[in-house]
Design a protein around this ligand. Structure first.
Ligand code: ZN
Length: 150
């Protein structure tokens, strides 16, 4: 695939050790465009938008932002905790601005599934429809996500 200089730069910023130690692509050998396209087709199949997913993740994160006493139960079935660590991360798509390093952990008590995401994940989903590559530490599988957060 012929890439523009910007696309090459973005792909380079997704590699391990550039923005984050483990990078954004995991073991996925697809181009980030293909990862985005495949995940968009999952959202289309469910009739859920990236905006709706990002809003939902943001709701859980902001609801637990000020909770310093461990996990809280939200809407009866979600056990959620947000940890704020030092530092900020830039967006690999070269947006200006930095994203706080928050890590939110959610367990859906009905399904027993636990999901984890960062503040940067929320931005990547909302602005770029990017859920990261398979095997990436913060990969969020849209199918699993949609089944467990709505
Ligand atoms: Zn961005």
């Amino acid at each position: 695939m012929k890439q523009t200089p910007l696309e090459e730069k973005i792909a380079a910023r997704m590699q391990p050790g550039v923005i984050t130690l483990s990078g954004f692509l995991g073991l996925d050998e697809r181009h980030y465009h293909e990862i985005i396209e495949a995940d968009e087709s999952v959202m289309v199949a469910y009739g859920v938008s990236a905006e709706e997913i990002a809003d939902r993740l943001e709701y859980f994160t902001t609801s637990t932002y000020e909770s310093f006493q461990g996990p809280v139960i939200i809407d009866d079935i979600y056990e959620v905790e947000t940890e704020i660590t030092r530092g900020k991360l830039p967006c690999p798509f070269s947006h200006p601005g930095l994203y706080r390093k928050t890590i939110t952990t959610l367990t859906n008590l009905n399904t027993g599934v636990t999901l984890r995401w960062t503040g940067l994940n929320i931005h990547l989903i909302r602005a770029h429809h990017f859920f990261e590559g398979k095997g990436s530490v913060f990969r969020l599988d849209p199918d699993l996500l949609i089944k467990n957060i709505f």
